[in-house]
Design a protein. Structure first.
Ligand code: SAM
Length: 253
């Protein structure tokens, strides 16, 4: 039987990798690296660095492939995602079929943790459901960007007894300001927090967390919103990509 390891590698800091992940890295013969096609791809570099740093010996292969791009023009967001997942399932099936022999182990290096806004597990289930490839897979958790954000700002995500919501920029855009208590926002390309500057909210914002380019800004949303937007745009223009996460919290203190 083929074995697949889905290994959470943390959100940018190569030191934020677990002992279990290091052991998993040393079990696989081949690793799949999905190239998103960014010009300055520090994310690929980090994956390579993790392999070089933590794998003993050089007896492993890295297979880098271009990740299919999600189409934008379909009838709905859901159908765009569905189409994209199907393309990825075909790609994963080919990778497992061509690169992992029976009895061998292949690894997918997943940014942060595989359970948080990542489709690798869904795609692997889809590959199994297609029935052309048989394999077992294990999941090794990683430090998420949410944990990295909280640690860098030295903040707990919830105040005593309060709930935490984790959502996307797309969903935050539909929220009512009054509903926001402790909301962690990911995948936000449009500074959606700007919609709420009339509310008494506090923001803890972080970009490129754990990397040499890390930027942290926190403060009352009304006061820091403009600065975050400016710094975010400049950083994105300079590097060609950005990943940022933030906690929005009702400001009761
Ligand atoms: C597709 S999700 C992947 C999340 C990942 N599985 C995790 O556990 O953090 C990508 C989003 O994660 C957040 N993210 C990931 N890495 C980050 C980093 N180093 N700094 C800031 N945000 C990050 C951003 O909100 C980005 O849009």
């Amino acid at each position: 039987m083929k074995q697949i390891l889905v290994i959470g590698i943390g959100a940018g800091n190569p030191e934020q990798i677990t002992v279990e992940a290091i052991k998993a890295l040393n079990r696989a013969e081949v690793f799949f690296i999905l190239d998103k096609g960014y010009a300055d791809d520090d994310l690929l570099h980090l994956r390579r660095e993790i392999c070089e740093r933590y794998i003993e010996g050089e007896d492993y292969r890295l297979v880098q492939v271009r990740d299919p791009r999600r189409q934008e023009g379909g009838p709905s967001y859901q159908s765009n995602v569905e189409h994209w997942h199907e393309q990825r399932a075909v790609l994963f099936e080919q990778l497992i079929g061509n690169e992992v022999r029976d009895g061998e182990t292949g690894g997918f290096l997943v940014w942060g943790d595989p359970a948080l806004y990542d489709s690798t597990l869904r795609i692997l289930d889809r590959v199994l459901a297609r029935g052309r490839e048989a394999f077992q897979y294990e999941v090794i958790p990683g430090i998420t960007s949410v944990q990295a954000l909280a640690a860098q700002h030295r903040v707990t995500l919830n105040r005593i007894g309060e709930p935490i919501q984790i959502t996307t920029g797309r969903r935050l855009a539909q929220a009512q300001g009054a509903d926001i208590e402790n909301v962690v926002v990911m995948l936000d390309a449009h500074c959606t927090f700007e919609r709420f500057i009339d509310q008494d909210l506090y923001i803890y914002w972080g970009a490129y967390l754990g990397t040499a380019d890390e930027v942290l800004i926190s403060g009352p949303l009304k006061q820091v919103s403009e600065r975050i937007k400016r710094i975010r745009e400049a950083a994105r223009a300079r590097k060609g990509w950005i990943m940022d996460t933030y906690l929005l919290r009702r400001d009761v203190e």
